[in-house]
Design a protein around this ligand. Structure first.
Ligand SMILES: Nc1ncnc2c1ncn2[C@@H]1O[C@H](COP(=O)(O)OP(=O)(O)O)[C@@H](O)[C@H]1O
Ligand SMILES: O=C(O)C1=C[C@@H](OP(=O)(O)O)[C@@H](O)[C@H](O)C1
Ligand SMILES: [Mg+2]
Length: 169
């Protein structure tokens, strides 16, 4: 199998982790989530990292993890919502795989994240601030995405759409 990865990117709660796991199962290939790998590698949860060391420190760890995934064999890699907002990460991912950006309606996203303690960035922002972040980040995702896929139907529908993209690419 090639070393090319399928990177899933997009805003918080767009479905990167859920769809990524389902996709890797369907394709019977390896799966990694950059947030899960980061927590496993550094032995600290994401809210604790933000609280103790701040966001900049988290972003440095996230960059290290991005580089780690580039050296892995082929598979599905779900990223965190901030991954593609940094060019240094976008450049690493672009070189080592196909980048698929998941897009989900803001109201569905907001319902998922508003009270989720595992997403520290969502906890400190109002709905309007999150909407603004959602809109401005889309521009950054578009800069690196090879494909943009909607996730407003079922998880299975989204997996099917990605599988047909991969078949054709
Ligand atoms: N297509 C979908 N339909 C219904 N719920 C979904 C769908 N995609 C994701 N979800 C749900 O949204 C939440 C956030 O998904 P998650 O995979 O953690 O997103 P991300 O990794 O992009 O932050 C989870 O509770 C997940 O079950
Ligand atoms: O959007 C972001 O900046 C973040 C998204 C999170 O991942 P999910 O997109 O899986 O929620 C996680 O990496 C961290 O809380 C920061
Ligand atoms: Mg996730």
């Amino acid at each position: 199998m090639s070393d090319k990865k399928i990177y899933l990117c997009g805003f918080m709660a767009s479905g990167k982790t859920t769809v990524g796991k389902a996709l890797s199962k369907k394709l019977n290939i390896d799966y990694v989530d950059t947030d899960e790998l980061l927590v496993e590698t550094y032995g600290l949860g994401i809210p604790a990292i933000f609280e103790k060391y701040g966001e900049d420190y988290f972003r440095d760890l996230e960059y290290d993890i991005a580089k780690k995934t580039a050296n892995m064999k082929g598979g599905v890699v779900s990223t965190g919502g901030g991954m593609l907002t940094f060019d240094r990460n976008g450049e690493v991912l672009q070189k080592s795989g196909i980048i698929i950006c998941l897009v989900r309606d803001f109201d569905s996203i907001y319902r998922e994240i508003k009270s989720d303690k595992n997403r520290p960035l969502a906890q400190t922002k109002t709905k309007d601030e999150l909407k603004e972040m959602y809109e401005s980040r889309i521009l950054k995702y578009q800069k690196y995405a090879d494909y943009i896929v909607g996730n407003d139907g079922s998880v299975d529908d989204c997996v099917k759409k990605i599988m047909s993209i991969i078949d054709e690419s």
